[in-house]
Write a protein that binds this ligand. Structure first.
Ligand SMILES: Nc1ncnc2c1ncn2[C@@H]1O[C@H](COP(=O)(O)OP(=O)(O)OP(=O)(O)O)[C@@H](O)[C@H]1O
Ligand SMILES: [Mg+2]
Length: 302
């Protein structure tokens, strides 16, 4: 486990930041921390990178308890809202960050080259940041977070201010980081984004975890089958109802909800073997977005 938290909790005075968060993140995976505005996403990241102290609970980052200096050297952090000095050039900013990381001169120039090519800003480094597009500013921020060659990256809403092309560029960089063996925890309220790149995710609602697991399991939680068939006699209907007691049946059309992919061929065989004529069987997986919306329904942003 690269991150493990046990009932991690933060109160700001009386106000809940996040409460009893217990999650684990495997090494090498991209983990999505999803939630609406005010849910507690940034609070959670800030505790893990050591910017604020938890009120209670425990957390281990890279196998070490929070605050361990060796572990902190191996993490990179891209804050949610950052703004760099407009007059600085890209290379000025990276050199400044390299000095904060105390990288030696030789390492500094090779790392600057490396991160610039990773975030696709080579050729732009001599221009002032004030002339960069939002997408480029986000990518120079990512470059700063990558300078010390961290094993684990914390990215707080890395794509939310960007247009679709900018988002895709940042997504591709995150996937490239995963290919290079890095682990990533990213905050987002853009669910489609998380669906596209994350291996696992947690949904946070009003400071507490509402769902947590592998993305495949979360997406395949529910599969709705839309079936069009003829010759659906009572005996066959009864057999189908054992799989989903709430199934719908009207004018030769049926809607069944199942949990397991293996149920799909089973249902097709059941219909055919019992004399039904199967014309259509369309599985629709409930997207994480639907799961998210139903989970946070009524839990308006704070
Ligand atoms: N410094 C603070 N003092 C008091 N309350 C705070 C502080 N920081 C955050 N909060 C409160 O804690 C809760 C969680 O905030 P947080 O910023 O962690 O949410 P978030 O999920 O990152 O939201 P967003 O999507 O808007 O970035 C909110 O109710 C917020 O008002
Ligand atoms: Mg936030």
């Amino acid at each position: 486990m690269i991150i493990e938290t046990e009932r991690l909790t933060k109160f700001y005075g009386e106000k809940v930041g996040c409460k009893d968060i217990s999650i684990s993140v495997n090494k090498g995976e991209i983990f999505g921390f999803l939630g609406p505005n005010g849910a507690g996403k940034s609070t959670f990241i800030k505790m893990l990178v050591g910017l604020i102290f938890p009120t209670s609970g425990k957390a281990y980052v890279l196998g070490e308890p929070l605050g361990n200096v060796q572990a902190r050297k191996k993490i990179g952090y891209l804050p949610e809202t950052f703004r760099y000095q407009d007059w600085m050039t890209g290379v000025d900013l990276l050199s400044f960050h390299a000095s904060l990381y105390k990288l030696d001169k030789l390492k500094t120039s090779s790392m600057i080259e490396e991160v610039l090519s990773l975030v696709k800003l080579k050729g732009h480094e001599k221009y002032r940041i004030g002339t960069y597009s939002k997408g480029m500013q986000q990518r120079i921020g990512l470059a700063c977070a990558l300078l010390a060659d961290p094993d684990l990256l914390f990215l707080d809403e890395p794509t939310s201010a960007l247009d679709p092309i900018g988002r895709k560029e940042v997504r591709n960089i995150i996937l490239e980081l995963k290919n290079r063996g890095k682990s990533v925890l990213l905050n987002s309220h853009l669910l489609s984004e998380v669906e596209m790149i994350c291996d696992s995710a947690a949904i946070i609602k009003k400071g507490s975890i509402a769902a947590f697991g592998k993305m495949d399991d979360m997406l395949e939680n529910k599969i709705t089958l839309e079936i069009r068939a003829e010759n659906i006699h009572d005996e066959l209907l009864a057999k189908l109802r054992t799989l989903d007691p709430d199934m719908g049946h009207r004018n030769g059309k049926m809607t069944l909800t199942v949990k397991d992919n293996a149920d799909i061929p089973h249902i097709a065989s059941l219909i055919i073997e019992n004399g039904g004529k199967l014309y259509e069987l369309t599985p629709r997986k409930e997207s994480l977005e639907n799961a998210f919306i139903s989970l946070v329904k009524g839990g308006e942003a704070q």
